[in-house]
Design a protein around this ligand. Structure first.
Ligand SMILES: [Zn+2]
Length: 84
């Protein structure tokens, strides 16, 4: 599964409403996590503030990246869903 080049920022409510791939209309979707270099500093010289965690929803059939959501938005969503 390829990682998106788009920046994180998808509306967090779309995390639960996306059920199909917009490219191939498949429903074989899977969440993954990754760290993104936000500074342009070369790998190996990065500091903690140079990277950001994000989650992405990918299509297992065609490798399309369906959504990219910042980890902070996922945490806020889970808190709201769990504790109201
Ligand atoms: Zn697809």
């Amino acid at each position: 599964m390829e990682q998106a080049n788009a920046t994180a920022g998808a509306p967090v409510h779309s995390m639960v409403t996306r059920r199909r791939c917009p490219e191939c209309d498949g429903d074989n979707l899977e969440w993954g996590d990754s760290m993104r270099n936000t500074s342009g500093v070369v790998d190996g010289r990065l500091r903690m503030h140079d990277v950001a965690c994000e989650f992405f929803l990918g299509c297992c059939d065609c490798s399309e990246t369906v959504l990219v959501v910042a980890a902070g938005d996922v945490a806020a969503f889970l808190t709201a869903e769990t504790y109201g």
